[in-house]
Design a protein around this ligand. Structure first.
Ligand SMILES: [Zn+2]
Length: 176
């Protein structure tokens, strides 16, 4: 499993639904959990590892630490209240920008037994759910910024990537 970096086109594509009892998808989901910890992320969406299916794993390292494995997740309710916080993304290494999100959400999803579940979230988990679910529609957090801020963020990202390449002697070691 390789981590895809912006602007890889797979990251910008809408993912398809997982078919019921897709065993291959379940294996991918477990692999994604391993990568989430290996790459020290709080959330990972399937397109970030090159798989264009609607799957997400999240662990915001709370106490206790809970790992969510979500198949075909959908936001079914969102609060009117907005929260702003700095976000990063494994697919946009080194970049961090402030993004406005709904403070609370309820997300419906299928678990590994393909049973319908829901999670009600606020704060960091809510923010992370919205960020990861966006990935499934080909939306990155930079797309949630205003037009000018988005252009600036992409320029900054390209510059950071260039600096990183130069530091590594042309080698691509882009993981955070
Ligand atoms: Zn992301």
């Amino acid at each position: 499993m390789e981590l895809l970096i912006f602007p890889n086109p797979i990251l910008l594509k809408k993912c398809r639904e997982v078919e019921p009892y897709d065993q291959e998808a379940l294996a991918v989901l477990d692999g994604m959990v391993n990568k989430l910890y290996e790459w020290n992320g709080v959330g990972l969406a399937a397109p970030q590892v090159g798989i264009s299916k609607r799957m997400v794993v999240i662990d915001v390292r709370g106490e206790p630490s809970i790992v969510y494995k979500l198949i075909n997740p959908k936001i079914v309710w969102k609060s009117e209240e907005i929260q702003k916080s700095k976000e990063g993304c494994l697919s946009l290494p080194l970049l961090r920008e402030e993004v406005a999100r709904h403070e609370s959400v309820i997300v419906e999803y299928l678990d590994e037994n393909f049973s319908r579940q829901h999670v009600e979230a606020t704060g960091l988990l809510s923010c992370c759910l919205q960020h990861e679910l966006d990935h499934l529609d080909g939306i990155l957090y930079i797309h949630r910024l205003g037009k000018l801020k988005k252009i600036r963020a992409i320029q900054k990202f390209k510059k950071l990537q260039q600096e990183l390449k130069e530091q590594c002697g042309g080698e691509e070691t882009l993981r955070i």
